[in-house]
Design a protein around this ligand. Structure first.
Ligand SMILES: Nc1ncnc2c1ncn2[C@@H]1O[C@H](COP(=O)(O)OP(=O)(O)OP(=O)(O)O)[C@@H](O)[C@H]1O
Ligand SMILES: [Mg+2]
Length: 362
């Protein structure tokens, strides 16, 4: 089927659609065109069905269309340029759990994502934003971030005028981007109480300093990430700095999603796609060692856990030609408590064996 169309006014031929040609050359929009040339299609049949399948429609200067993100249909935007829209990472590995976070962002549900360190919580939110072309701002709510930074504070300008400088939260609510709150289990309780207002559906923010009522932009989204669910931490890994979260606060999040380490095959695929020169079977063994150590941690035989982040750092060093023992020491062993180091070393010895003296590149 041909996608070529001929303009009934000037005879110019164009692929897929005459909309842009009619606008730029003849200064007529689609509605006028259809009135004047009811027999002439504006789009080829196959292009029209492509647009219909993806629900492409125009909103001002932006095209909106449907994309599947981890199996969830999401609305993406074409034609928006914003410094907070991240670049997509083609090596990102999608799991079934990612779907719940994608769905929450699409349908404006407040999502609380928790799980061990380095399981891809921050990367996931960023990746969803990249694929749907939404601006995202990430802010760490560790104990250092107070209400003044979050909501705003009074300040004196160069002209000696006292003005209220809007904080991170009202800015995100007005401009309509995803606000990703990291480490919410370490936030100051006062910040939690401020958030409580906007966790309600369509919740407004009242700026008590100025009396201003901030309504959420329709595209404003809120996602929290944390290592614990706010009931404390049994393993002790995240005990420092984390707090018990108020029950009614936690209850207001629409969805709570638990993210864990990737299944072994997918984790090995991730290491390989980031470090393609490393041997596939060698990477499988590295992941096996990490999985065994994670199981030992779950069984409380090990206080620490081996994160994907550490494996990626190890692979980066190996790819640069460092010998295995040396790379393992600086990327893994030196980060674990003394009492764990022996078990970690033995587990890697067991899985890597004699391969550690060979070049790990494929
Ligand atoms: N599913 C995944 N796909 C691709 N990369 C991943 C994935 N999961 C983790 N990573 C990689 O692991 C590293 C850590 O990920 P990230 O910072 O997103 O973890 P996190 O869960 O937010 O950790 P923390 O709790 O310490 O903040 C990053 O380099 C990230 O790219
Ligand atoms: Mg994170």
């Amino acid at each position: 089927m041909s996608d070529q169309l001929t303009c009934p006014i000037c005879g110019h031929t164009e692929m897929f659609t005459l909309v842009n040609h009619a606008r730029s050359e003849h200064k007529i929009g689609p509605d006028v065109f259809k009135d004047r040339f009811p027999e002439q299609a504006l789009c080829s049949t196959s292009f029209a069905s492509f647009l219909a399948q993806r629900s492409v429609h125009r909103a001002g200067n932006v095209l909106r269309y449907q994309v599947s993100v981890a199996g969830t249909p999401m609305t993406a935007q074409y034609g928006v340029d914003h410094p907070l829209i991240p670049e997509s990472d083609p090596t990102f590995v999608w799991t079934d759990t990612c779907r719940d976070v994608a769905e929450a962002i699409e349908h404006n549900e407040r999502a609380f994502v928790y799980g061990p360190s380095g399981t891809g919580k921050s990367s996931l939110v960023r990746e969803i934003a990249a694929l749907t072309r939404r601006p995202v701002r990430r802010v760490s709510l560790n104990g250092e971030t107070g209400v003044g930074d979050f909501v705003g504070h009074w300040t004196v300008t160069e002209n000696k005028q006292t003005v209220f400088a809007s904080g991170i939260l009202p800015q995100a609510m007005r401009e309509g981007y995803i606000l990703q709150l990291d480490e919410v289990d370490a936030m100051q309780p006062e910040v939690g109480f401020v958030l409580q207002q906007i966790l309600e559906p369509g919740g407004h923010l009242l700026l008590t300093d100025t009396g201003e009522d901030v309504a959420p932009h329709p595209e404003f989204r809120l996602v929290a990430t944390a290592n614990t669910l706010g009931f404390g931490c049994d393993s002790g890994l995240y005990a420092s700095g984390t707090r018990t979260l108020n029950f009614s606060w936690l209850d207001r999040w629409d969805v709570v999603v638990h993210l864990d380490y990737l299944p072994a095959k997918q984790e090995a695929d991730l290491l390989r796609s980031r470090h393609p020169s490393l041997d596939k079977s060698f990477l499988k063994r590295v992941v096996k060692a990490a999985c065994d150590l994670r199981k030992a941690h779950a069984a409380e035989q090990l206080t620490t856990v081996i994160t994907t982040r550490r494996l990626l750092a190890l692979c980066a060093r190996l790819e640069r030609g460092n010998e295995f023992e040396r790379a393992l020491r600086v990327c893994v062993l030196n980060k674990v408590p003394q009492e764990d180091a022996k078990v970690v070393q033995e587990t890697f010895d067991h899985h890597i064996g004699s391969l550690k003296n060979q070049s790990p590149t494929a």
